[in-house]
Design a protein around this ligand. Structure first.
Ligand SMILES: Nc1ncnc2c1ncn2[C@@H]1O[C@H](COP(=O)(O)OP(=O)(O)O)[C@@H](O)[C@H]1O
Ligand SMILES: [Mg+2]
Length: 239
């Protein structure tokens, strides 16, 4: 079953946009039940539910990445499967968890992922922040990279093409390869319309990254995931 982990050179580089486009690419490739997963989301809004017609009032925390992934997905699952940690504050995950007296447990995420896999034909997992963002400091030090390793998923790297991206992309590649994870591909996302020498930056990355370029997404304030999917090639995943 196709499943991969989307990481980025930083936060705000287009992981969600690219993950949604990959979900559509998988759907267009004929996979019926395609679902996005955001294991840890930090920064949520409180959404009121119920309370009408005499029902019990309640609500839940909803993160905008999670909402976008759900919109792109063709399978709806219980929130515990596609977003086991919805943390209110927009902080590094380990700090956002601390604020609500929680600690992020990779085993819990792993259990959710395996449950999700039972229901889906393909899963796209969006990491939080950059590749080595801390998820927990105690009882154990764990990062997003540890999570990818625990889930044994190939990595797709979104490079936000802006000044500094060569350093960030090359550092991330070192982190992926040093963990012996499969580097399945990367996407050049043109997030800065004013950046100089964009093509030369992409050419430099093509020469130095040891994974195929899966697509280049142009700068555009609006995004239609189904359309963007046509600009992406799906990564080749080992069985
Ligand atoms: N190619 C692009 N052109 C213009 N804006 C973009 C592009 N890709 C992403 N963005 C915008 O940048 C912001 C961050 O993108 P997002 O996908 O949420 O990044 P991440 O998931 O890495 O934090 C969003 O407002 C998004 O609409
Ligand atoms: Mg995101």
């Amino acid at each position: 079953m196709p499943a991969f982990f989307v990481t980025g050179t930083d936060t705000g580089v287009g992981k969600t946009r690219v993950s949604c486009a990959f979900i559509h690419a998988l759907r267009q490739a004929g996979h019926a039940r395609v679902v996005g997963m955001k294991p840890v989301a930090a920064g949520c809004d409180w959404v009121e539910t119920g309370g009408e017609g005499g029902g019990a009032a309640g609500g839940h925390w909803l993160n905008e990445d999670v909402a976008a992934l759900r919109t792109a997905s063709s399978l709806r699952v219980p929130p515990v499967f596609d977003n086991p940690y919805a943390l209110p504050d927009p902080l590094s995950p380990h700090l956002a968890a601390q604020r609500v007296g929680e600690s992020i447990d990779l085993s819990h995420i792993e259990a959710s992922f395996h449950a999700l896999r039972q229901h889906a034909d393909a899963v796209v997992v969006e990491g939080a922040g950059g590749f080595i963002v801390p998820l927990s400091m105690s009882p154990e030090w764990a990062t997003s990279a540890d999570l990818a390793q625990r889930l044994a998923l190939p990595i797709v790297l979104v490079v936000g093409i802006r000044l500094g991206c060569l350093n960030h992309a090359l550092l991330t590649q070192e982190a992926i390869l040093s963990r012996r994870l499969r580097f399945a591909g990367w996407v050049a996302n043109h997030v800065d319309p004013d950046m100089a020498a964009q093509d030369d930056n992409v050419a430099t990355l093509r020469a130095r990254l040891q994974a195929p370029l899966l697509g280049r997404l142009a700068w555009s304030p609006q995004a239609d995931s189904a359309e963007l999917a046509r600009d992406l090639v799906l990564p080749t995943l080992r069985a």
